[in-house]
Design a protein around this ligand. Structure first.
Ligand code: ATP
Ligand code: MG
Length: 443
């Protein structure tokens, strides 16, 4: 028998009315074996759902019945049989089996429960992520994450962006040397890249005009929070002949489109998670950095001075303030002090202490940072120096500005945080398959 013949249908794709008395094969994990008086049920689970296999003891070949009763939970089986409509069974049908093939037997006890009946803590689930993925909720999260990435690719591609891949092993820090993972690269020191920033800007000089990248970023910071990982997935764009307002518009429209697509294509998964989504209204509200500081100080829980970065607490204060005023969860903080932002953010010509930069916020946390960039090589070099960095290390990058660099802008949005805030999940580790944090390097 060919492997592909072991499964003719996903359990959810069997229509009881149309397929009554037809022969089908389903394959997957033994979710449950229930051995009742005169009847034995085997529930087979696959990615899409569950199907019930029913063996009426008196009418079943004893050898087949023995095989069914002996199945160990979470083993892999293929069941071939005839479809009968049955209103009480999952998806409205049952399969009367002719053949059961055991393909891989699971050991017991299992490392964790997959039925959703017993709550396992996050660490246990992450230690056995392969098994955690068999839970309906976890499958739903990662199916939605796929939809988010698909929507991002669709949106950006149809907005004229070219998808690119830039190196993750690099010789220079993007924004200074503090938060980098050093690695050995033959006989030299190299680093894991903390952002595709420098590369995507060089692509503007290259004339690709609009680029995006979806890829890993590495941050060697020792944070222990619910929204930071040491390896995250970033969605980055860079676009020529765009200022910060132009790229903010692209960002808010992309986020709205992503929500729209998840609502349209993931209704079953949203239901499993008990999440009701609404598309965020565009344009997002814009408040200036100055206003943000005033809002924080007006609540009296913190006292910020001009030039301070926003703390986690102040992000919450502003997020709740905006939400209470407008009912919206997403907003921009614009016009940050030049010194708070990375060297490549472009200062306003008439007010160089302010930069053409922004953060896009969710009520609960920062989702994205962006800016119009400096495209003049001399100004860029002096900004690198004034941030205490050595321009020599940036020569490969500065060169791209000397031979025709268009004005440009861009942003990076954390994919993990986008999914996390969309689903109202408390911990970023829940939306990342194999999270990397201070303590976790395996699996
Ligand atoms: P934060 O201040 O919240 O630590 P950041 O300002 O250092 O974030 P940026 O360098 O602006 O982050 O990166 C752009 C986006 O990438 C962030 O807004 C966030 O969504 C995501 N991101 C950055 N660092 C991390 C991380 N350590 N874990 C998860 N996501 C991250
Ligand atoms: Mg930021």
């Amino acid at each position: 028998m060919l492997l592909k013949d072991l499964r003719t249908h996903y359990t959810s794709k069997i229509d009881p009315a149309e397929m009554a008395d037809k022969k089908v094969s389903v394959a997957g994990w033994v979710h449950e074996v229930r051995d009742l008086g005169g009847i034995c049920f085997v529930v087979v689970r696959d990615r899409e759902g569950r199907g019930q296999v029913t063996l009426v003891k008196k009418k079943t070949d004893p050898e087949l019945l023995e095989k069914a009763r002996g199945l160990v939970r979470e083993s892999i089986v293929s069941v071939t049989g005839v479809v009968k409509p049955e209103a009480k069974a999952p998806n409205g049908y049952e399969i009367i089996p002719e053949q059961i093939t055991l393909l891989n037997e699971a050991e017991s006890p299992l490392p964790m429960d997959t039925t959703g009946k017993v709550d396992a803590d996050l660490d246990t689930r992450l230690d056995s992520r392969f098994m955690d993925l068999r839970r309906e909720r976890t499958t739903a999260v990662f199916t939605i994450r796929h939809e988010v990435l698909k929507a991002v690719r669709g949106f950006l591609s149809s907005s004229g962006f070219v998808e690119t891949s830039t190196p993750k092993v690099v010789a220079t820090a993007t924004e200074g040397g503090t938060s980098l993972f050093p690695i050995t690269y033959f006989d030299r020191e190299a680093f894991l890249n903390q952002s595709p920033q420098l590369f995507k800007q060089m692509l503007m000089s290259g004339g690709l005009d609009r680029v995006f990248e979806i890829g890993p970023i590495f941050r060697a910071e020792e944070h222990d929070t619910r929204r930071h990982l040491n390896e995250a997935t970033s969605i980055d764009i860079e676009a020529s002949f765009c200022d910060h307002f132009d790229v903010m518009e692209i960002l808010e429209n992309m986020v709205a489109y992503v929500y729209d697509q998840v609502i349209a294509n993931c209704s079953r998964q949203l239901e499993v998670l008990g999440v009701e989504l609404a598309v965020p209204q565009t344009p997002f509200m814009k408040i200036s950095y100055d206003e943000a500081i005033t809002i924080v100080n007006s609540y009296g829980e913190e006292s910020l001075k001009w030039g301070d970065d926003l703390s986690t607490l102040s992000e919450h204060t502003i997020g709740n303030h905006v939400f209470n005023e407008t009912g919206q969860s997403h907003y921009f903080i614009i016009d940050w002090p030049t010194e708070v932002k990375p060297f490549y953010a472009k200062p306003y010509e008439d007010k160089p202490e302010l930069s053409k930069s922004f953060d896009m916020m969710h009520r609960t946390m920062e989702l994205s940072s962006g800016a119009q960039r400096i495209h003049d090589p001399e100004q860029l070099k002096s900004r690198i120096e004034s941030q205490g960095l050595n321009p020599e290390g940036f020569e490969f990058y500065l060169r791209a500005f000397r031979y025709g660099m268009p004005p440009h802008g861009g942003w990076g949005i954390g994919c993990d945080r986008l999914v996390m805030t969309m689903l109202g999940v408390e911990n970023i580790r829940d939306v990342v398959l194999f999270p990397r944090d201070r303590r976790r390097l395996s699996p």
